[in-house]
Design a protein around this ligand. Structure first.
Ligand code: MG
Length: 157
């Protein structure tokens, strides 16, 4: 078994949709980034890559490459997932925590889990997503941006 950990953060900005695990969340701001800035999926990709000792998302999908401009991060996740399979691993379970002050995410968590399960070919019961605030502290508390953490277990086939 291999364990992986991933972290990511992005700044909120105007005129972009807020996309988390491929689900569009109604909010007046989105996240700034080269791709669609899906902070949760980036943390999941980094956890999966970390478990395989495959460096990080920036090495595999550089933000200097125009091919990844505004790309859906779910496409990047699919590529990481095919690397998982190619290397002879299956995903055991995924546990993620998002930290953001607003909007409230809970109503969208099930849709996010379903989306991840579909893209990862994983039973939804093996995916957990938590969302919490930062109690008003720091850059997250001031709603400058949000962050996500993920741990994942891979099992050798
Ligand atoms: Mg990112």
């Amino acid at each position: 078994m291999k364990i992986g950990f991933g972290y990511d953060s992005h700044r909120f900005c105007e005129n972009r949709p807020l996309v988390l695990a491929g689900v569009k969340i109604p909010f007046e701001k989105g996240l700034a980034g080269h791709s669609d800035a899906d902070v949760l999926v980036h943390a999941i990709c980094d956890a999966l890559l970390g478990a395989m000792s495959e460096e990080d998302i920036g090495c595999h999908f550089p933000d200097t490459d125009p091919a990844y401009k505004d790309i859906s991060s779910m496409i990047l996740l699919e590529e990481v997932c095919s690397l998982v399979r190619k290397k002879g691993y299956t995903i055991g379970n995924i546990d993620s925590t998002m930290i953001l002050e607003s909007p409230r995410i809970r109503p969208y968590v099930q849709a996010m889990k379903n989306n991840l399960a579909r893209f990862l070919h994983l039973d939804v019961k093996n995916i957990n997503i938590k969302a919490k605030t930062n109690e008003g502290m720091g850059f997250i508390g001031e709603n400058e941006g949000m962050a996500a953490f993920t741990v994942v277990i891979l099992q050798k086939d």
